[in-house]
Design a protein around this ligand. Structure first.
Ligand code: SAM
Length: 256
């Protein structure tokens, strides 16, 4: 069973329909102030004029950034997710356009385009991910910045012959999460199994494509950008061989 079965969800909302959007802003997790605030701090610091968030979701980051006075626009595929932005402090000021971040073009030039929370992996082909970089560059003024937050692929946890990495197993058995990798196509699926106390269950399978930092650098180059910063987190810690994620910033050629 997938997320949209029997829920009345709109298939046009993709993997983030109403049934997912309804719980997306629950307190804690990625919505905790200790997660959101450092990201907003970095984005505010990098912004030097209007900014654009690709896959803006419910405005988890865009709304608090706009509340600090930064002019924020966003592109989002899911109407159900985007509908939640305006109700948040700062959200009224966010200009939201429904569309696909690989192709949708907004008028104007931006100082910063950003794409956080692993969301470039929701684009499941290399070609599509290159299009994300190209579209980011097309929105940037010369010298503008493109920031991506993305996990480092977990492949060091895959022994030869195995394709599955568990990332969550609740002691009581109520929730099990595991990623399943195809190292040929670089596609993977995140699998979420939730079992309620009455024994009924839900199984969601979401497709992704992983990419190494070096592959993203090449995509940036194709799009006319070069690496300016690579940090291990929003506190700008040094990126090392043991980092599990990165926050990378590329600069558009100042002469283009
Ligand atoms: C994990 S959420 C992140 C939302 C928000 N950026 C945040 O940090 O909370 C991923 C979002 O990406 C959106 N999305 C996925 N693929 C997209 C695409 N090709 N174009 C625009 N939005 C997309 C989904 O609808 C969803 O709202």
């Amino acid at each position: 069973m997938t997320g949209s079965a029997n829920t009345g969800d709109d298939p046009a909302d993709g993997w983030f329909p109403e049934s997912v959007a309804a719980g997306y802003d629950d307190p804690g997790g990625a919505n905790a102030p200790e997660i959101v605030t450092p990201a907003v701090d970095v984005l505010e610091d990098l912004a030097d004029g209007p900014v654009l968030e690709f896959a803006v979701g419910t405005g988890r980051i865009a709304a608090p950034l706009a509340a600090r006075g930064v002019p924020v626009s966003g592109i989002e595929l899911s109407r159900a997710m985007a509908a939640r932005i305006a109700g948040k402090p700062g959200g009224d000021a966010v200009e939201v356009v429904l569309g696909d971040m690989t192709t949708t073009r907004l008028a104007g030039q931006f100082s910063l385009v950003y794409l956080v929370f692993n969301t470039i992996s929701n684009v499941t082909t290399q070609e599509g991910q290159v299009d994300v970089f190209r579209n980011a560059a097309a929105h940037l003024r010369p010298g503008g910045l493109f920031l991506v937050e993305l996990g480092v692929p977990d492949l060091r946890r895959l022994p030869p012959g195995q394709d599955t990495v568990p990332f969550a197993v609740e002691p009581g058995g109520g929730y099990v999460g595991f990623d399943q990798y195809d190292v040929v196509t670089q596609r993977f699926t995140s699998n979420h199994v939730t079992v309620s106390p009455d024994g009924t269950g839900r199984f969601r399978r979401i497709p992704f494509r992983y990419a190494w930092p070096a592959e993203l650098d090449l995509m940036a180059r194709i799009a006319g950008m070069s690496l300016k910063y690579r940090w291990a987190d929003w506190n700008r810690s040094e990126f090392t061989a043991d980092s599990t994620k990165h926050v990378s910033v590329w600069e558009k050629d100042p002469n283009r």
